[in-house]
Design a protein around this ligand. Structure first.
Ligand code: 8YV
Length: 322
């Protein structure tokens, strides 16, 4: 059956089957990974492509988008869109959409879980049981969340949902962001170092990209201190990984819980070797429920644009109209 719209759509990487099915019904979808020669296919469809469905992490540079003269809409899977040059897109009248809100609570749940796993050494305890060591003696006592103060680096929607959970656990919560938020009744710190110095659990929830690269550096880790726990569920690029490995190794901080890494899915051996790091394979939003909601929002944004309605969730850098 012919697709509903006479529109060519590029899907650079495979997406969830129910997303692909809906897009196949609506658009002429070009799937470079199925082509014998990926670059040849891209060259062939470039003059006609008007929309892109960007699966997780698809890199869309100005150079790539610049080769698609009719491009109007990029619908991206995920709340973070640091792999897309949205500023360039905005300047060229191309609307970019992401998938905010539908993943907020899921990612906040993961952040809380990762915080507890890291502080209470729960993965290590589970490995201990499986290794049969409990038969010999009890698992060693661990650090605690009791008496700690948390800091949120980047108090957006997800940061607020995490703050809410940590407050429910009894922790005072402070924050740093580019601006103090007048309607937020939490202590604000003007710099990441000031925040780190005031807290002993630091949760990184900023967007990725050039503006936040290595925001958490050796100085921030030193300020967090020897009882400090770093949690990162944002982007690996926000933390200087080399400085983090050094800080974990030499006791500058106590531990780290990481869901994101500088060069995913490759995780440095130096981190894998550390017993005081809890490492997750970027699962912040990775439930069937939430990934379905994100996938549907990718589709719904594209359908809105194709029907000439305003897209549902445009990013700040690009025009809101479809
Ligand atoms: C996804 C994410 O893992 O939304 C984001 O920004 O990092 C995650 O929810 C990713 O976008 C898709 O792989």
């Amino acid at each position: 059956m012919a697709p509903r719209f006479d529109i060519d759509l590029l899907m650079p990487v495979p997406m969830m089957p129910f997303v692909m099915d809906q897009l196949d019904q609506a658009f002429r979808v070009h799937k470079p990974w199925l082509a014998p020669d990926r670059d040849a296919l891209l060259r062939q469809v470039a003059p006609d492509v008007r929309a892109i469905a960007a699966g997780g992490g698809a890199v869309l540079t100005a150079d790539l988008m610049g080769r698609l003269p009719r491009l109007e809409c990029v619908s991206s899977f995920g709340v973070g869109y640091d792999s897309i040059d949205a500023t360039w897109a905005g300047a060229h009248g191309i609307v970019v959409t992401n998938t905010p809100d539908v993943l907020t609570e899921e990612v906040a749940d993961t952040a809380l879980a990762l915080t507890l796993m890291t502080v209470r050494r729960l993965p290590q305890a589970e490995r201990y049981l499986r290794a049969g060591s409990w038969l010999d003696k009890s698992f060693p006592l661990t650090p605690t969340l009791r008496g700690r103060t948390a800091g949120i680096l980047g108090l957006g929607r997800i940061g607020k949902a995490i703050a809410h959970r940590l407050a429910a656990c009894g922790l005072p919560v402070h924050y740093h962001g580019r601006h103090r938020q007048d309607d937020v009744d939490l202590p604000y710190h003007a710099t990441p170092v000031d925040l780190a110095a005031a807290v002993d659990v630091l949760v990184v929830v900023t967007p990725g990209g050039a503006g936040t690269r290595h925001l958490v550096d050796a100085g921030v880790l030193a300020a967090l201190g020897p009882d400090g726990i770093l949690i990162n569920i944002a982007r690996g690029s926000v933390v200087d990984e080399t400085a983090l490995v050094a800080a974990l190794r030499d006791g500058t901080i106590l531990g780290a819980g990481l869901d994101v890494f500088a060069d995913e899915p490759r995780v440095p051996q130096a981190l894998l070797d550390l017993d005081n790091a809890v490492l997750l394979p970027h699962v912040g939003s990775a439930t069937t429920h939430t990934r379905r909601a994100m996938g549907q929002l990718v589709v719904d944004n594209l359908l809105a644009w194709a029907e000439g309605r305003p897209v549902l969730t445009p990013v700040a850098e690009t025009p809101a109209k479809g």
